[in-house]
Design a protein around this ligand. Structure first.
Ligand code: COA
Length: 358
């Protein structure tokens, strides 16, 4: 059935109600179809080269060529219908407001106001990252890199941001320590590369203490906001292991070599204000207003032109990428030998038996 005048008017109203900006190309096409239908102009005057906006509109109109009013009306209605929320389900990578986009056991991924939020959701274990969560996070990042969000944000459920690697990952793995060490270091390398390659602005909203890999990952984030209740702790030496997630390279660069050595070698815990003073954290907020202030700000940032942010991030990061891949590979090779060492096994045993000692 051909689109009627009423269908066209409904479509015009629908455009005003769109929650997502459809982008300039679509807006220009809508404008051009509208012009053909309403004014049926056969020859609009071509604007001068300096009149950029009207020139773009003229070019969009000119590109349509001549078509009957009925076709212009039908094309307008079809185009609007392809943008409406009811058709979003069929278009990959497009989400409605506050939509849960990934059902996983220990992470919750939601989309709202141009932001994909990935929340560690294992509060009973202080959001420690088990094998399954590593996979879930990689999938969430893969999806977020192509969805219609402008920025991607990590945060934690409950009182912790994240207590790092789940220390039972090795002891509970089937096939013995050696196989677990192989599997986890291959997995870690891929996991870290996913962060290195992530194309959009990556923001951490650190709502509470962060430990281990939750801290070292911050060196690959673009912006880090922290509650004044957050702390940053990398007890690698206590566990007989070494730095990971490129922190042997990023931390001296970000926080300076003397402070990085204290943090990575001796496990010195930083408060949020110390981490901010050393450049690991962008800004610290009082815990009482943290969520409100940070999310208000992020919603405003998510309205900035997304392509411009991606291109700028690419420029900021691209000279470092090869170095980061190389450091990541080297750290994973070292980690594989460390997790089979007596020092590491003792560190894990100390953690697992700590409650019995109390
Ligand atoms: N791996 C596995 N389990 C963890 C964990 C981790 N990284 N962090 C916390 N948990 C578990 C605890 O074992 C405990 O489980 P249980 O209730 O079944 O006993 C639960 O989460 C709550 O932690 P608990 O230790 O009881 O709370 P706490 O407030 O006394 O201490 C921490 C919290 C995070 C300081 C403490 O659990 C800890 O030191 N965890 C290890 C952190 C770590 O070393 N991470 C790796 C760095 S490389």
């Amino acid at each position: 059935m051909r689109a009627s005048q009423q269908d066209f008017e409904n479509a015009m109203n629908q455009v005003k109600l769109l929650k997502q900006d459809p982008g300039n190309q679509v807006k220009l096409k809508l404008y051009a179809l509208y012009e053909q239908l309403i004014n049926s102009a056969t020859c609009l005057p071509k604007p001068g080269v300096v009149d950029m906006v009207n020139k773009a509109k003229w070019e969009a109109w000119n590109a349509l060529g001549s078509q009957p009013k009925e076709s212009a009306r039908q094309n307008y209605v079809d185009l609007v219908s392809s943008l409406s929320p009811s058709s979003d389900t069929s278009s990959q990578g497009t989400h409605g407001a506050n939509e849960k986009v990934q059902e996983s056991k220990h992470i919750v991924v939601t989309y709202e106001d141009g932001i994909t939020k990935i929340m560690f959701n294992r509060p009973a274990k202080k959001n420690a990252i088990n094998f399954q969560m590593y996979q879930e996070i990689m999938l969430a990042l893969k999806n977020a890199s192509t969805d219609n969000s402008a920025i991607t944000v990590f945060t934690g459920a409950g009182d912790y941001y994240c207590s790092g690697n789940d220390l039972t990952n090795f002891t509970s793995a089937a096939g013995g320590m050696e196989e677990a060490a192989n599997r986890s270091t291959v997995g870690l390398k891929e996991f870290v590369n996913t962060f290195i390659d992530f194309p959009k602005p990556l923001v951490a909203v650190v709502n509470g203490p962060a430990i281990g890999i939750a801290v070292t990952l911050l060196g690959l984030f673009d912006v880090v906001y922290a509650s004044d209740k957050a702390t940053f702790h990398t007890p690698f030496t206590h566990l007989g292991q070494g730095p990971e997630v490129c922190s042997s390279y990023t931390f001296p660069k970000i926080i300076g070599s003397a402070k990085a050595a204290e943090v990575l070698l001796f496990g010195k815990k930083l408060t949020a204000r110390e981490a901010c003073a050393h450049g690991l954290v962008s800004e610290v907020f009082p815990d009482s207003t943290f969520e409100k202030e940070v999310w208000t700000r992020l919603r405003a940032y998510a309205k900035l032109p997304p392509n411009s942010m991606r291109i700028s991030k690419e420029l900021i990061r691209k000279n470092e990428k090869d170095k980061l891949y190389e450091v990541n590979a080297e750290e994973c090779t070292t980690l594989k030998t460390r997790v089979l060492s007596d020092e590491y096994i003792n560190g894990i045993m100390n953690f697992l038996s700590r409650k019995a000692k109390l």
